[in-house]
Design a protein. Structure first.
Length: 228
Protein backbone atom coordinates (compact mmCIF):
# COMPACT_ATOMS: atom_id res chain seq x y z
CA UNK A 1 0.00 0.00 0.00
CA UNK A 2 1.49 3.36 -1.03
CA UNK A 3 1.89 5.89 1.76
CA UNK A 4 1.09 9.45 0.65
CA UNK A 5 2.84 12.50 2.19
CA UNK A 6 -0.44 13.53 3.87
CA UNK A 7 -0.85 10.10 5.46
CA UNK A 8 2.74 10.21 6.66
CA UNK A 9 2.15 13.64 8.21
CA UNK A 10 -1.04 12.51 9.96
CA UNK A 11 0.72 9.39 11.25
CA UNK A 12 3.64 11.49 12.54
CA UNK A 13 1.28 13.86 14.37
CA UNK A 14 -0.59 10.91 15.83
CA UNK A 15 2.65 9.41 17.16
CA UNK A 16 3.66 12.76 18.66
CA UNK A 17 0.30 13.26 20.39
CA UNK A 18 0.34 9.66 21.61
CA UNK A 19 3.84 10.01 23.02
CA UNK A 20 2.91 13.23 24.83
CA UNK A 21 -0.30 11.83 26.25
CA UNK A 22 1.19 8.55 27.41
CA UNK A 23 1.88 8.59 31.14
CA UNK A 24 5.40 7.93 32.36
CA UNK A 25 6.05 5.26 34.95
CA UNK A 26 5.87 6.92 38.36
CA UNK A 27 6.56 5.03 41.59
CA UNK A 28 6.22 5.71 45.29
CA UNK A 29 9.37 5.47 47.37
CA UNK A 30 11.81 6.93 49.87
CA UNK A 31 14.87 9.11 49.43
CA UNK A 32 17.32 10.91 51.66
CA UNK A 33 16.98 14.67 51.20
CA UNK A 34 18.57 17.23 53.51
CA UNK A 35 19.94 14.34 55.62
CA UNK A 36 16.45 12.98 56.32
CA UNK A 37 14.39 10.16 54.84
CA UNK A 38 11.50 11.56 52.89
CA UNK A 39 8.48 9.80 51.44
CA UNK A 40 7.34 10.67 47.94
CA UNK A 41 7.29 9.50 44.34
CA UNK A 42 9.83 9.28 41.57
CA UNK A 43 10.34 8.62 37.91
CA UNK A 44 13.21 8.17 35.47
CA UNK A 45 13.94 10.94 32.99
CA UNK A 46 14.83 10.42 29.37
CA UNK A 47 17.45 13.13 29.54
CA UNK A 48 20.92 13.82 30.89
CA UNK A 49 21.25 15.27 34.37
CA UNK A 50 22.98 18.41 33.04
CA UNK A 51 19.81 19.19 31.04
CA UNK A 52 17.22 17.83 33.47
CA UNK A 53 18.32 19.82 36.55
CA UNK A 54 18.06 23.32 35.05
CA UNK A 55 14.81 22.38 33.29
CA UNK A 56 13.31 21.15 36.58
CA UNK A 57 14.39 24.32 38.43
CA UNK A 58 12.85 26.45 35.69
CA UNK A 59 9.60 24.49 35.99
CA UNK A 60 9.55 24.90 39.78
CA UNK A 61 9.92 28.68 39.46
CA UNK A 62 6.29 28.68 38.34
CA UNK A 63 5.17 27.53 41.80
CA UNK A 64 7.57 29.32 44.11
CA UNK A 65 11.07 30.40 45.03
CA UNK A 66 13.63 27.70 44.23
CA UNK A 67 16.44 26.99 46.69
CA UNK A 68 19.49 24.76 46.37
CA UNK A 69 19.76 22.44 49.33
CA UNK A 70 22.52 20.14 50.49
CA UNK A 71 23.81 17.28 48.34
CA UNK A 72 21.95 18.46 45.25
CA UNK A 73 18.53 18.91 46.83
CA UNK A 74 16.16 21.30 45.01
CA UNK A 75 13.64 22.87 47.35
CA UNK A 76 10.53 25.06 47.19
CA UNK A 77 9.51 25.72 50.79
CA UNK A 78 6.22 27.42 49.90
CA UNK A 79 5.11 25.79 46.64
CA UNK A 80 1.77 26.97 45.35
CA UNK A 81 0.20 24.22 43.23
CA UNK A 82 -3.57 24.86 43.12
CA UNK A 83 -4.39 21.41 41.72
CA UNK A 84 -2.76 19.81 44.78
CA UNK A 85 -3.57 22.20 47.60
CA UNK A 86 -5.12 25.61 48.16
CA UNK A 87 -2.37 26.27 50.69
CA UNK A 88 1.38 26.33 50.04
CA UNK A 89 3.12 22.97 50.37
CA UNK A 90 6.70 22.00 51.15
CA UNK A 91 8.32 20.51 48.07
CA UNK A 92 11.69 18.80 48.21
CA UNK A 93 13.23 17.11 45.21
CA UNK A 94 16.42 15.46 44.08
CA UNK A 95 17.79 14.60 40.65
CA UNK A 96 20.42 11.90 40.68
CA UNK A 97 21.98 9.21 38.53
CA UNK A 98 21.08 5.65 39.36
CA UNK A 99 22.35 2.69 37.31
CA UNK A 100 23.00 4.86 34.24
CA UNK A 101 19.53 6.40 34.60
CA UNK A 102 18.54 9.91 35.67
CA UNK A 103 16.09 9.76 38.56
CA UNK A 104 13.81 12.55 39.74
CA UNK A 105 12.44 12.11 43.29
CA UNK A 106 9.77 14.46 44.66
CA UNK A 107 8.53 14.76 48.22
CA UNK A 108 5.47 16.94 48.77
CA UNK A 109 4.22 17.43 52.32
CA UNK A 110 0.56 18.48 52.46
CA UNK A 111 0.63 18.40 56.27
CA UNK A 112 3.14 17.49 58.99
CA UNK A 113 4.31 13.91 58.31
CA UNK A 114 1.82 13.61 55.45
CA UNK A 115 3.43 13.06 52.05
CA UNK A 116 1.92 12.48 48.65
CA UNK A 117 2.47 8.92 47.40
CA UNK A 118 0.37 6.00 46.20
CA UNK A 119 -2.98 6.05 48.03
CA UNK A 120 -2.89 9.76 48.85
CA UNK A 121 -6.01 11.61 47.73
CA UNK A 122 -3.89 14.06 45.70
CA UNK A 123 -1.56 11.48 44.19
CA UNK A 124 -3.24 11.66 40.76
CA UNK A 125 -3.11 15.46 40.75
CA UNK A 126 0.54 15.43 41.78
CA UNK A 127 1.54 12.95 39.08
CA UNK A 128 -0.47 14.89 36.49
CA UNK A 129 1.44 18.02 37.52
CA UNK A 130 4.69 16.08 37.13
CA UNK A 131 3.55 14.81 33.71
CA UNK A 132 3.40 18.40 32.43
CA UNK A 133 7.09 18.77 33.24
CA UNK A 134 7.93 15.41 31.70
CA UNK A 135 6.18 16.34 28.46
CA UNK A 136 8.01 19.68 28.37
CA UNK A 137 11.33 17.96 29.03
CA UNK A 138 10.55 15.41 26.31
CA UNK A 139 9.93 18.22 23.81
CA UNK A 140 13.20 19.90 24.80
CA UNK A 141 15.03 16.61 24.46
CA UNK A 142 13.48 16.14 21.03
CA UNK A 143 14.79 19.58 20.02
CA UNK A 144 18.28 18.62 21.25
CA UNK A 145 18.07 15.35 19.36
CA UNK A 146 17.03 17.05 16.13
CA UNK A 147 19.72 19.71 16.58
CA UNK A 148 22.31 16.97 17.13
CA UNK A 149 21.18 15.31 13.89
CA UNK A 150 21.38 18.67 12.11
CA UNK A 151 24.90 19.27 13.43
CA UNK A 152 25.87 15.77 12.36
CA UNK A 153 24.58 16.47 8.86
CA UNK A 154 26.44 19.80 8.80
CA UNK A 155 29.63 18.05 9.87
CA UNK A 156 29.06 15.44 7.16
CA UNK A 157 28.57 18.24 4.63
CA UNK A 158 31.88 19.83 5.67
CA UNK A 159 33.56 16.44 5.46
CA UNK A 160 32.22 15.80 1.96
CA UNK A 161 33.14 19.34 0.86
CA UNK A 162 36.70 18.73 2.00
CA UNK A 163 36.73 15.39 0.21
CA UNK A 164 35.40 17.04 -2.96
CA UNK A 165 38.11 19.71 -2.74
CA UNK A 166 40.74 17.02 -2.19
CA UNK A 167 39.47 15.11 -5.24
CA UNK A 168 39.74 18.30 -7.30
CA UNK A 169 43.34 18.76 -6.14
CA UNK A 170 44.09 15.13 -6.91
CA UNK A 171 42.57 15.48 -10.39
CA UNK A 172 44.62 18.63 -11.01
CA UNK A 173 47.75 16.82 -9.88
CA UNK A 174 46.88 13.83 -12.04
CA UNK A 175 46.32 16.12 -15.05
CA UNK A 176 49.69 17.77 -14.52
CA UNK A 177 51.36 14.37 -14.29
CA UNK A 178 49.47 13.20 -17.39
CA UNK A 179 50.54 16.34 -19.30
CA UNK A 180 54.15 15.75 -18.26
CA UNK A 181 53.93 12.12 -19.36
CA UNK A 182 52.37 13.11 -22.71
CA UNK A 183 55.10 15.69 -23.20
CA UNK A 184 57.74 13.14 -22.24
CA UNK A 185 56.16 10.63 -24.62
CA UNK A 186 56.27 13.16 -27.46
CA UNK A 187 59.90 13.93 -26.68
CA UNK A 188 60.67 10.20 -26.56
CA UNK A 189 58.90 9.70 -29.89
CA UNK A 190 60.92 12.50 -31.51
CA UNK A 191 64.10 11.08 -29.98
CA UNK A 192 63.24 7.68 -31.41
CA UNK A 193 62.65 9.17 -34.87
CA UNK A 194 65.99 10.99 -34.63
CA UNK A 195 67.77 7.79 -33.61
CA UNK A 196 66.15 5.87 -36.49
CA UNK A 197 67.18 8.60 -38.94
CA UNK A 198 70.75 8.55 -37.58
CA UNK A 199 70.76 4.77 -37.80
CA UNK A 200 69.67 4.87 -41.43
CA UNK A 201 72.32 7.50 -42.25
CA UNK A 202 74.97 5.41 -40.50
CA UNK A 203 74.02 2.43 -42.65
CA UNK A 204 74.34 4.56 -45.78
CA UNK A 205 77.68 5.95 -44.59
CA UNK A 206 78.86 2.43 -43.74
CA UNK A 207 77.86 1.15 -47.21
CA UNK A 208 79.59 4.09 -48.91
CA UNK A 209 82.72 3.47 -46.86
CA UNK A 210 82.72 -0.22 -47.78
CA UNK A 211 82.40 0.68 -51.44
CA UNK A 212 85.17 3.29 -51.12
CA UNK A 213 87.46 0.72 -49.49
CA UNK A 214 86.90 -1.74 -52.34
CA UNK A 215 87.56 0.98 -54.89
CA UNK A 216 90.66 2.12 -53.03
CA UNK A 217 91.97 -1.45 -52.85
CA UNK A 218 91.64 -1.66 -56.62
CA UNK A 219 93.66 1.54 -56.98
CA UNK A 220 96.32 0.22 -54.62
CA UNK A 221 96.59 -2.97 -56.67
CA UNK A 222 96.82 -1.00 -59.92
CA UNK A 223 99.62 1.12 -58.45
CA UNK A 224 101.52 -2.01 -57.42
CA UNK A 225 101.19 -3.51 -60.88
CA UNK A 226 102.86 -0.47 -62.39
CA UNK A 227 105.95 -1.00 -60.17
CA UNK A 228 106.40 -4.50 -61.41
Amino acid sequence: MKCTPMKSLIFGLFCLITSLSAHAQIFSGLAEIEKAKKEGFYTYLHSEEKFASPAWKEYLKKVGSVENGRAGAIIVSQARIPSISKDPVALLSLISEEKNKVKLFISIATAPDTYIQTGHEKYREATDWLEIFLQSLSLEENVRSEEAKLNELKNSKIKFQRLAERHIRELDSNKRQTDLLVKKLEETKLEKEKILANQEQTKLDQKATDEAIIEQMKKVETAKQKIK
